[in-house]
Each structure stands twice: as structure tokens, then as C-alpha cells.
Design a protein around this ligand. Structure first.
Ligand code: GAP
Length: 443
């Protein structure tokens, strides 16, 4: 478990404009969050890293951006209408609802096992022993399409982005003239009516997923599964700079696996509230394409020219939540240090992920020559890097503390010497060391 307290992360996120409670002025809405100016920058950089590694850098993975609402038959075929459930218990005394597996502190969702484990348990809200037996509850969010709200117009907000990937398999294969193995990737919102959203953005009702389905010959399943597990680990440690010590593998036991998975390995991150699922690699076999073939009556089999055989491709899925990745990046980067008896909070983000690459300041904001020179430098750096912030608020110490908290790797100060020799000071966020550097070298 991380030693960082979740309250510290939530407080920093709010204080510095990373994440706000959705509908805050109306008292919020459980399970929904808004990303602020700095949060959206960090989230966009994480998405861009993932898209580069997953799509741009590969020759055989193609991106799509599917609709959030699709024909509900998609979710019948995928098994979500019947099987996308969580176990739930009600309290007959106070009316509270709880996730049965969370209450029983188990990963199992087996109703009989949960009934046994919950014997003698009290409701965490009112303390009474008045919990019902566990039952299943469908997590898909429903809506109605068109003006008539009846059974024929029911549709669902997608519970995972994978669905529109499967139903576009044939479109992508044909248009891109793709041969197995190839992948389809997507980043987008997903919605789940979670019984108990909790732990900040870790378990939300609206969240974003980054998913890729890799279509393969069934004979390649072992190797491909291992390759995508390796990809996930490497991405987290190398592309995002998360410490390997903060991560661990967890293989799903049979009673934990989703209805579609024959094998599943999660990478867990050591969050402040425990080591929990961040990124899943799943062997979905031919479950999805077979079921969509049956439900849509479209032949989704593949003819392999080399082996002259026809089969339904298997799918290895790589699936991660952006919000959980964002929380993992913040938690891993969060450091508290003491300097001269004062607490320094610093986000040691990988420089490429930081909302701002540089902060530029004039030493004094009431000296026109300093402000003018600093603003020239600010404009030049902004033209080159885009994400540069101007900061002339408070004294220089306060500016450094503010930039440390948002993870700005370098603060640049224009002082009186700058006017004479065209040099500036550049301060390193992690070591707090300052060097003089010429402006031309800096740019
Ligand atoms: N297509 C497979 C799939 O959706 P999942 O394990 O249910 O698998 C994939 O979800 C990832 O989505 C998880 O590993 C997690 O990172 C993220 N995720 C799932 N439920 C979430 C929630 N309620 N809030 C935030 N992220 C969530």
C-alpha cells in the first residue's frame, strides 16, 4: 500500500485545479468527477502517450472512436444484459445498499459463497444486523432513444469501450485490408451504475477507458497474451515513469473472472487505500465475435490464406481506465519533504507528463525591464513548447512551492544579471538546484 494519504491527493487535486467534484455547487453527485485545467492537461498527455505506444508506433493497430450508445442487441450478444452484474445487499433497517463482495472483503462474486461470508455481518451504515441475502444487480446505465419511453426504445450507455470495437471488426479489417494479427484501439467514456462508487476517481460511475482488442489466430493465444502483459508493464514503468515497486501482478481466480474471459491478469497499483486493479489483460477467446456473429447473423469468421483454414479469431484484450491511471500517476509522483523545517510538496512527474514544462518569472514584478525580458522569453518558450506558464504571483519562494506542487520540472527566473548577459536561472524541481544558463542555450 502507498504511504501517501488519499486525503492529501484529493486536497492537492482540488487546490491546484486537477480534479473537482462534479456538480459541486449543488452538493455533488456520487461517482462523477470534473477534470480542471491542470487535470485535463495531465489526462491528455497520458492519453497521448498511450495512443502513441498503442497505435501510432505500431503498424497493425488501428484506432476508432465509436458511439457511446449503440443498438442494444450489442449488449445482449456480449452478455452484458444478462451477466454484467455485481452482488448487492440491502439493509432492511436503513435502506442502504452495499456491494456484497466489498462487505465480505473478497474478490469472489459467487452468491452462495457471499451468503456464507456475510452471515452475522452488520450494515456499515446503521450497525444493525438487518442485511438481506446477496442478489445480483445489473450495472448498465439505461436510457431511452426517441420520444417514447417504453421497452422498445431502451438503450444503454456503454459499460466498456470494447463493444463498439467488436462490432466494427469487419469494417476495420476490410477498410484497412488488415490480416491477422491486428488490433483495434479506442479511448472513450464508459458508464457503470456502481453500487458504491468510492476512493475518489478510482471507482466512478462515469469514467474513461483505453482499450485495445487484438484479433489473432487461436494458435497464437499464449504468446500474444504474454506480449500484451509485457506491453502494459513496460508502458506504466517506461512511458509513464511509475516505479516498478508500486506495481504487482494479480491473476484472476475462476470466481473473479468476467463472464467473457478464459484468463485474466491485472496489474495492481499500490493505491493509498490498498493494492488494486489498474490494467487488465484478458484472453476473451472467440466469445465476442462468435456471439456477435450469432446475434447479427453476419459471418465474422476469417479465412487464413497461409493455413487455408477458416476460424473465428480469438481476442486478447488490453484494458485500462484512464482515471485510475491518472490517480496512479499522481500517487506515485507525490512526495512530501522537509526543507529548513518547512514542508515541501512536490509532484515528481515525468517531465513529458507535467501540465507545464516550464514556469517563467521575472524576479520582481514591479520592475518593467525584468517583466519585459521575462515576457519575451515566455513567448519564445511557449511558441516552442506550448505548455509554459507565466508566474509572477508572490515572492520567488512561493512561486517555487506552487510550481513544485503541480509538478513543473523547471522554473526560470529573469533577474538583473539577465539584463546584462542574457542568462537566466533555471531551477530543477526534484533537486531544487539552480544553475545559470544562457537564454539561447535554453531555447
Ligand atoms: N473491456 C474489459 C473491461 O471493461 P474491466 O476490468 O471491467 O474490463 C477495465 O475494466 C478497466 O477499466 C479497469 O482495469 C479499470 O482500470 C477501469 N475501470 C473499471 N471500472 C471502473 C470504475 N467504476 N471507475 C473507474 N475505472 C474503472
Amino acid at each position: 500500500m502507498s504511504t501517501v494519504k488519499l486525503e492529501e491527493i484529493v486536497s492537492l487535486a482540488k487546490r491546484r485545479g486537477f480534479v473537482f467534484q462534479a456538480s459541486e455547487i449543488y452538493g455533488g453527485l456520487a461517482g462523477f468527477w470534473d477534470y480542471g485545467p491542470l487535470g485535463v492537461e495531465l489526462a491528455n498527455r497520458i492519453k497521448a502517450e498511450w495512443w502513441s505506444a498503442m497505435v501510432t508506433d505500431k503498424d497493425n493497430v488501428f484506432g476508432i472512436d465509436g458511439a457511446i450508445i449503440q443498438n442494444p442487441n450489442l449488449w445482449k450478444a456480449s452478455g452484458h444484459v444478462a451477466g454484467f452484474t455485481d452482488p448487492l445487499v440491502d439493509c432492511t433497517n436503513c435502506g442502504a445498499r452495499h456491494r456484497a463482495d466489498h462487505l465480505a472483503d473478497t474478490d469472489s462474486t459467487d452468491l452462495e459463497e457471499l451468503t456464507e461470508l456475510l452471515k452475522g455481518k452488520s450494515c456499515p451504515k446503521c450497525g444493525k444486523q438487518s442485511l438481506t441475502k446477496p442478489r445480483t444487480y445489473n450495472m448498465m446505465m439505461k436510457t431511452w432513444v426517441g420520444p417514447i419511453e417504453d421497452a422498445s426504445s431502451v438503450a444503454y450507455l456503454r459499460p466498456e469501450t470494447a463493444g463498439s470495437i467488436f462490432i466494427n471488426y469487419e469494417n476495420v479489417r476490410e477498410t484497412m485490408r488488415a490480416k491477422l494479427p491486428f488490433g483495434i484501439a479506442q479511448i472513450g467514456k464508459a458508464f457503470r451504475n456502481e453500487i458504491s462508487p468510492r476512493d475518489f476517481i478510482f471507482r466512478a460511475r462515469e469514467f474513461e477507458q483505453m482499450e485495445m482488442q487484438y484479433f489473432i489466430n487461436p494458435d497464437d493465444q499464449e504468446k500474444s497474451y504474454q506480449d500484451w502483459r509485457d506491453f502494459a508493464w513496460k508502458f506504466l514503468t517506461a512511458s509513464l515513469g511509475i516505479k516498478a515497486d508500486s506495481l504487482e501482478w494479480h491473476q484472476h481466480a475462476e470466481n473473479e473472472r468476467a463472464h467473457y474471459a478464459a484468463n485474466a491478469h491485472d496489474i495492481y497499483f499500490k493505491f493509498p487505500f490498498g493494492s488494486k486493479e489498474l490494467w487488465g489483460t484478458h484472453n476473451r477467446t472467440d466469445f465476442d465475435l462468435s456471439n456477435h456473429s450469432k446475434e447479427s447473423k453476419k459471418d465474422l469468421s476469417y479465412f487464413d490464406e497461409q493455413t487455408k483454414s477458416r476460424f473465428i479469431p480469438y481476442v486478447i484484450e488490453s484494458s485500462v481506465g484512464l482515471d485510475r491511471m491518472f490517480l496512479a500517476v499522481l500517487t506515485d509522483a507525490y512526495h512530501e519533504e522537509e526543507i529548513n523545517g518547512e514542508k515541501r510538496v512536490v509532484l515528481k512527474l515525468k517531465p513529458e507528463l507535467a501540465p507545464y514544462r516550464f514556469a517563467v518569472s521575472p524576479l520582481l514584478k514591479n520592475k518593467a525591464e525584468l517583466v519585459e525580458k521575462a515576457s519575451e522569453l515566455f513567448k519564445a518558450l511557449k511558441k516552442k513548447h506550448g505548455n509554459v506558464i507565466w508566474d509572477d504571483n508572490g515572492n520567488i519562494g512561493k512561486r517555487y512551492r506552487r510550481q513544485d506542487e503541480i509538478g513543473t520540472p523547471n522554473c526560470i527566473t529573469v533577474d538583473f544579471q539577465s539584463l546584462e548577459d542574457d542568462t537566466v536561472t533555471i531551477r530543477d524541481r526534484d533537486t531544487t538546484e539552480q544553475k545559470r544558463i544562457s537564454i539561447s542555450e535554453l531555447i
